[in-house]
Design a protein. Structure first.
Length: 380
């Protein structure tokens, strides 16, 4: 291989598991990773002979797409860095990284068991190639891998024996192919706006991106974070009768939960849009907005739970009752994960100096203007 800077071309080995199959483990030992890398090198050379001019770097671990498709592509970045550290005089045409004493050589190369149940597992690789050849080889890979990138029989058999699974397919893909497949998957489940934000975070992180969710929540990517319109503020812009508005609000919070979970899986944090008349914040699995301070002229603050069938508590309103029982909302909070409800209640009670008793409403409570509120109960 000629001297000079090397450019990394990211690719994957994609394993499509047969129904009901799960790998017996997620990583390979060093020796196993080296053995697999040798088989893969032979496959790739047959598909694209110019691969012989590159060095193959392989991480012997299986990942879900959400672990690989994160801002900065940290798995590939770590793999490339480790491969470049090895002196060229000691680096043959293939370098593989596996586990030792149960651990991969870097934390970012450790698959997360939380994402291990997907039907497709991805093993990341890079081809380190001289810059003068990178453009041409990249183009060939994009054409050949997606067109005829099935692994050889020896490689597929080795994978099934080593991971203890039956495979429907085992094929090589470029990172662009993985991006395209994930895009189609998200569009298929009505999450195209989410992909728009993810794509911006990964491919153009220096640019802001704005979109609307399927239900019309305003979303914006900026500075490595995603910002969402408050569900309560979104509700204030909606029409329909009270039942329709309540149902729409529950749907918007459900959608926000989907977005939050997937953004977290892709390594991106979700926040509420900041506003001129209130403060917003987020925690582990929740979002909250403060609307007003406690008014000593009103009753002590109370926590109310807005509920919807199948979703449980969709929002918590902190409110005070005043003259004629009219409720004065101090804050709205949105638990996005079941485990977040308890800590969120404790935080709100402490912040507003009240009991952590949560008053279940059994419905979504709206005021006469159709906005999120608390019961207007006469004082006694």
């Amino acid at each position: 291989m000629e001297a000079g800077p090397l450019q990394a071309l990211p690719i994957v080995l994609a394993l499509e598991l047969s129904a009901g199959e799960h790998p017996q483990r997620l990583s390979l030992s060093r020796d196993e990773a080296a053995e697999l890398a040798s088989l893969i090198a032979d496959d790739l050379h047959k598909l694209v002979p110019d691969v012989a001019k590159a060095r193959l770097a392989l991480a012997g671990a299986l990942f879900d797409a959400v672990e690989l498709l994160r801002p900065g592509f940290p798995v590939w970045a770590t793999l490339d860095e480790l491969a470049r550290r090895i002196p060229r005089s000691q680096l043959e045409n293939v370098v593989a990284f596996g586990s030792h004493d149960g651990h991969m050589p870097a934390q970012s190369l450790e698959p997360d068991p939380a994402y291990a149940d997907g039907p497709m597992r991805l093993l990341p690789m890079s081809l380190l190639v001289p810059e003068s050849l990178a453009g041409e080889l990249s183009e060939r890979l994009e054409v050949e891998l997606v067109g005829r990138g099935e692994t050889g029989t020896r490689t597929a058999d080795w994978l099934m024996r080593c991971f203890g699974v039956k495979l429907e397919h085992a094929r090589y893909l470029s990172r662009n192919d993985v991006l395209a497949l994930t895009c189609v998957q998200y569009e298929h489940v009505n999450l195209a706006p989410l992909w728009q934000l993810l794509e911006a975070a990964m491919l153009t992180p220096y640019r802001n991106e704005s979109t609307l969710s399927a239900r019309g929540l305003a979303l914006r990517y900026a500075d490595g974070k995603v910002w969402s319109q408050s569900p309560a503020r979104w509700l204030a812009t909606q029409g329909g009768d009270m039942a329709e508005r309540g149902h729409a609000f529950a749907g918007a919070v459900f959608e926000l939960r989907q977005y939050a979970a997937l953004l977290q899986a892709h390594g991106i944090s979700l926040f509420l849009h900041e506003t001129s008349d209130g403060q917003t914040e987020s925690g582990q699995g929740w979002l909250a907005e403060t609307l007003a301070p406690v008014d000593p002229a009103y009753d002590p603050p109370t926590l109310f739970a807005h509920e919807a069938a199948g979703l449980g508590v969709v929002a918590i309103t902190v409110a005070q009752r005043g003259p004629a029982g009219r409720a004065r909302a101090l804050a709205h909070a949105y638990p996005l994960q079941p485990a977040a409800l308890g800590p969120l209640i404790a935080l709100l009670a402490d912040r507003f100096g009240t009991s952590n008793d949560l008053h279940a409403l059994g419905r979504i409570q709206l005021d006469e203007g159709g906005q999120l509120s608390a019961p207007a109960t006469a004082l006694h």
